[in-house]
Design a protein around this ligand. Sequence first.
Ligand code: ZN
Ligand code: ZN
Length: 565
Amino acid sequence: MSCRLLTLCQYETNKLVRINSVRLGSLKWTLNVVILMFICIMMLWNKQYQELDPVVSSVTAKLKGVALTQVPGLGDVVWDVVDYSGPAQEKNSFFVVTNVIITKNQKQGKCAEVPREDKVCQTDKDCSKGAWDQHSHGVQTGACVKFDVRRKTCEVSAWCPVETRSKPPRPALLAAAENFTVLIKNNIRFPAFNYVRRNILPQMNDAYLRGCHRGDDALCPIFRLGDIVHQAREDFAVLAVEGGVIGIQINWDCNLDRLMERCLPKYSFRRLDEKESNRTLYPGLNFRFARYHSENGVEMRTLYKAFGIRFDVMVFGKAGKFSFIQLVVYIGSTLSYYALTTIFIDWLIGTSCYKMEARQNYSERKVESVQDKQQCILSVSFVDEDQLRLVRKSRKKSLQNVKPLSVLPRKENNGSHLRAMLELPKQGSTPKLTPINGHGSKPLPQRGPGEPAWCLCGGCSSTPLHQEELCCRRSRGPCITSSPLFHPLVLSRPLLEALLRYRDPLGDPAGSTDALRHCAYEQYIAWRLGVPPADSHPVVPRCCVDKIRAEFPSLDGDYQGFRPR
Ligand code: ZN
Ligand code: ZN
């Protein structure tokens, strides 16, 4: 219980490795400064320190203009705003009639239907009373009557005469609508900041509005319809024939910070409906309406099929104002960018930009590897190599040839070897110290007939176990057992006995052969491998094992393999 509680009262922190390097230090600070600059530029550029609020708006439009047109069957007709702006005003949009098909003086009655491919009849039998379809102008009476001199069609009960024209007149009757103007009034509000504004700015007075022109003033709220259509990259004369929909976009991008206050509308225009009228099934925009009157007590109407342009006003926008909370949130979200420095420098150390030693040393200090118990890691040292190799035990490959997991610098065990060296002169066998690394003047030993293939020193015997197939050398050369230090350091009986007594002062002074043999192995390991990594198992080369076993043989000839203390 108390143990559990203790873990609650603990704090763990990461262990860091400090590398003293001018190159790495300056690289780190350079990267951090670059990241800081990036963060600051992004913050100022995108105004990340601001709280944003979307726009709330209302739009009204006021059309102006008069046009004189020649209407077939009617003569000259003057169109003013009441005539051409259509019967209904929609929200955030306005409509301008640009073309029209007029059917005058219709009254309730019976007349011939407009002929279409399948609507021509020969006799009354071809017509059925009460029939009606989507394209009919009325309900069939069952009679087949003359439409014109050549054709007969079914008679219908309808507003007669029926509308006969289906294609709009070209050019458009009201093409002059190009010169009409519209005043767009747009009131906006940013509720979060309680900020109200309209597109008719405070400095715009009546004289300004009368004289302003969009060509040279982007803020003028009065638009010529022809200019709107032109800026939407359309031809007014073409568009006017069948009609269409044009979008007027007003974008408010407001900065409400005191020093940089700016809140002005930006207008843009584009066509919203299908442009290619010849490829579209129902192109343009049209609808019908009628005006009623009575003549001699009979109700009559004039039917209008109106083609025109609908202008949809769309208002977008947002306002931003400095907010301390937004600034803190933004700074918090950018802190993770600094991890890029660590990732980049760690990667750089891993590449060949850094010397092998620095890399080895760094990864060894930075990462503490703990081996799985199942895996046996062996440490191996060669006399012609200054470093220690860690290799994985293999059952299929000779240990001599297994690729190392890692290569470490050797850790010297000074204590015991200092003692051993102090003992040496007392033995009266001061060795003649000759270099053992390199080939010296000795001729390279030739490969003997019974010598295993993995041996490079000529001193190893063959063994059935792959994990024991280890020579004292990486390249061909003299064996370590031929070193003048080998005998006094590893095989000297008085030294080994002294070491055993040092360990167990009151033990058997002679020592058993097994104990002496194991002590000899330890001497070799301390000499050649120093202190091997804690979770690895040191391996003595075959030539040395042979020599040690020959010096201190097992009584029953059974060797169980060496386990270090
Ligand atoms: Zn060998
Ligand atoms: Zn050897």
